[in-house]
Design a protein around this ligand. Sequence first.
Ligand SMILES: *[C@@H]1O[C@H](CO)[C@@H](O)[C@H](O)[C@H]1NC(C)=O
Ligand SMILES: *[C@@H]1O[C@H](CO)[C@@H](O)[C@H](O)[C@H]1NC(C)=O
Ligand SMILES: *[C@@H]1O[C@H](CO)[C@@H](O)[C@H](O)[C@H]1NC(C)=O
Ligand SMILES: *[C@@H]1O[C@H](CO)[C@@H](O)[C@H](O)[C@H]1NC(C)=O
Ligand SMILES: *[C@@H]1O[C@H](CO)[C@@H](O)[C@H](O)[C@H]1NC(C)=O
Ligand SMILES: *[C@@H]1O[C@H](CO)[C@@H](O)[C@H](O)[C@H]1NC(C)=O
Ligand SMILES: *[C@@H]1O[C@H](CO)[C@@H](O)[C@H](O)[C@H]1NC(C)=O
Ligand SMILES: *[C@@H]1O[C@H](CO)[C@@H](O)[C@H](O)[C@H]1NC(C)=O
Ligand SMILES: *[C@@H]1O[C@H](CO)[C@@H](O)[C@H](O)[C@H]1NC(C)=O
Ligand SMILES: *[C@@H]1O[C@H](CO)[C@@H](O)[C@H](O)[C@H]1NC(C)=O
Ligand SMILES: *[C@@H]1O[C@H](CO)[C@@H](O)[C@H](O)[C@H]1NC(C)=O
Ligand SMILES: *[C@@H]1O[C@H](CO)[C@@H](O)[C@H](O)[C@H]1NC(C)=O
Length: 497
Amino acid sequence: MSSPYRNLHDSYVPNRWSYSRLLTLALTAGCVVVLGALLSIPLLEKSTHDTKQKSGNHKEPTIQGKSLNCSVVAEKSRLVLVESVPLHMKYEANATFGTHLYDAWKDLLDIATKSVDVTSFYWSLTGDDISVNSSTDIPGRDILQVFEDLPLRNVTVRVATNFPPLAPHSTDLDILESKGVHVKKVNFMNLTKGVLHTKIWIVDMKHVYIGSANMDWRSLTQVKELGMVMYNCSQLAEDLHKIFQSYWVLGDQNASIPDPWPSEFDTTINREHPLVVNISGVPSRIFVAGSPPSLCPAGRTKDLDAILTVIEGAEQFVDVAVMEYFPTSRFTHHRLYWPTIEDALKRAAFERQISIRLLISCGRDTDPSMLPYLLSLNAFHQPAENISVEVKLFVVPVGNQSNIPYSRVNHNKYMVTDKVAYIGTSNWSSDYFNTTAGVGIVVSQDAPHPNSAEQVLQKQLRGVFERDWNSQFTVALADVGYSPDCAFTEGLRGASL
Ligand SMILES: *[C@@H]1O[C@H](CO)[C@@H](O)[C@H](O)[C@H]1NC(C)=O
Ligand SMILES: *[C@@H]1O[C@H](CO)[C@@H](O)[C@H](O)[C@H]1NC(C)=O
Ligand SMILES: *[C@@H]1O[C@H](CO)[C@@H](O)[C@H](O)[C@H]1NC(C)=O
Ligand SMILES: *[C@@H]1O[C@H](CO)[C@@H](O)[C@H](O)[C@H]1NC(C)=O
Ligand SMILES: *[C@@H]1O[C@H](CO)[C@@H](O)[C@H](O)[C@H]1NC(C)=O
Ligand SMILES: *[C@@H]1O[C@H](CO)[C@@H](O)[C@H](O)[C@H]1NC(C)=O
Ligand SMILES: *[C@@H]1O[C@H](CO)[C@@H](O)[C@H](O)[C@H]1NC(C)=O
Ligand SMILES: *[C@@H]1O[C@H](CO)[C@@H](O)[C@H](O)[C@H]1NC(C)=O
Ligand SMILES: *[C@@H]1O[C@H](CO)[C@@H](O)[C@H](O)[C@H]1NC(C)=O
Ligand SMILES: *[C@@H]1O[C@H](CO)[C@@H](O)[C@H](O)[C@H]1NC(C)=O
Ligand SMILES: *[C@@H]1O[C@H](CO)[C@@H](O)[C@H](O)[C@H]1NC(C)=O
Ligand SMILES: *[C@@H]1O[C@H](CO)[C@@H](O)[C@H](O)[C@H]1NC(C)=O
């Protein structure tokens, strides 16, 4: 099955209301198929045990009510993998997908009764913002309309966004403010020399969304995105709200970064002490890491440390999907070599024979200077020596959507190992961990009961990675010259001459 949007472009009906009903129906139907298929994937990998348990320990997971944080308030926590697949991408007929991003966002907004707090890089939910006339912006327009209507339902909406805006012609935030939405624009350039790149939603202080998608119509139909929604976990929501609140106060006039942060921003949930949650009956551990370090109050694990810990904790494999990978800085005045993640990956491959795979995005706007770093990493691959480091490119075909700028790319930022799932918002280069505001969430779950239909996030994410790695959209570095929609094409031809 391809994106649920596949046929919608053609069945576009100008009447807005009937269109959105059609959309909802199509998406709901698609979603049922997707979920059914997802649940039927056989368990391919060995079970994920508590990272603290020795692997090979087959003790039945037990839930000690008193050690579960979210169950204390008798919440029914539920975790959903969320994806968006650009229109007109045809996967294998048997491919399975997470819940569509549009469905997930719509659902979160529909169930809101009190508050919706959003942090975003920028807003651009209609094609008009960038002078593009495409009916593929309809899902974006629809989301904007739902946001506009929230204050009418007495839902308090707060938006923290980066300033100056990346989409200067967008009227989204002006419209929302006129409808009663509270907006704060944070000048991160002044504060950290970076940007606010975090994408989180907190709904009614108990449901949360984290993922790669910007508040951009293209995220719903033209850019490949990945994230997750956790329903009914107020302690996770409260923890994320501390991060939201830290941006909110920095949006005040003349604000500066407190050092140290007042204690109300501190957290007790981190790498050492994750939140213990009963997710659909499966004992799970979760924590949220942040960047840059100056925005990590006491107790908050830094995003880079979370990534390194996840790599170091792997016993079999590390699969990474990121839009950009540079073992360097990108935006500093003097360029810096930055092998922190590169070393961790190579060390895992060399010393512990962990199998490493990286799926990096290549699109029309990708910086060709990334290619030599990928070739260099890939050159470490030496199967005869039990060193496995493989790099592939993911290229979203542009097709007849070439009029839409900065789209048709794989914008995912996640990592999955034999132990845990990690979903982040940052590209992998030094700036994203040093000056840019971002978050990453690490989820580790016990093996579900053998009779359970529940699939842990780690397994779903591995399924997504395998699906994409083996799809027709990936290109081995050696074959990159044949990919018309990837900016590396000319670069590689030049390099191999
Ligand atoms: C979660 O539960 C553990 C074990 O009962 C406890 O140590 C920890 O403080 C709790 N965390 C929160 C945020 O309540
Ligand atoms: C949250 O949990 C309550 C019960 O505590 C349940 O009624 C509700 O359906 C759950 N919400 C979601 C979105 O799963
Ligand atoms: C889908 O079908 C292909 C063969 O067409 C097969 O290689 C692959 O394993 C299948 N994937 C799933 C998830 O069943
Ligand atoms: C946008 O495109 C549609 C169909 O191609 C056309 O009917 C409409 O007039 C265009 N709108 C603008 C503002 O150009
Ligand atoms: C919103 O709040 C106002 C004032 O408390 C109330 O009159 C109105 O009925 C509420 N509207 C909804 C949709 O709950
Ligand atoms: C911000 O700083 C300027 C210049 O120092 C000052 O005039 C202004 O009152 C300050 N604004 C606030 C809200 O503190
Ligand atoms: C932030 O930077 C702008 C220039 O981009 C400058 O005009 C402004 O005074 C700065 N504000 C603060 C509070 O430093
Ligand atoms: C865990 O969650 C499941 C399903 O939500 C529930 O049936 C079970 O009682 C919960 N266990 C504990 C200890 O809270
Ligand atoms: C590679 O791993 C296999 C299986 O563990 C082992 O038999 C072999 O000796 C290893 N080769 C090298 C070069 O380390
Ligand atoms: C764009 O291409 C897709 C498939 O490649 C096709 O289904 C669709 O009708 C085309 N749309 C337009 C407007 O040409
Ligand atoms: C990193 O990711 C953002 C969006 O998440 C993208 O717009 C940008 O071009 C990427 N690369 C750099 C170097 O910022
Ligand atoms: C991190 O940021 C600081 C301050 O902007 C800068 O001096 C330093 O070189 C940066 N380090 C890296 C590795 O990007």
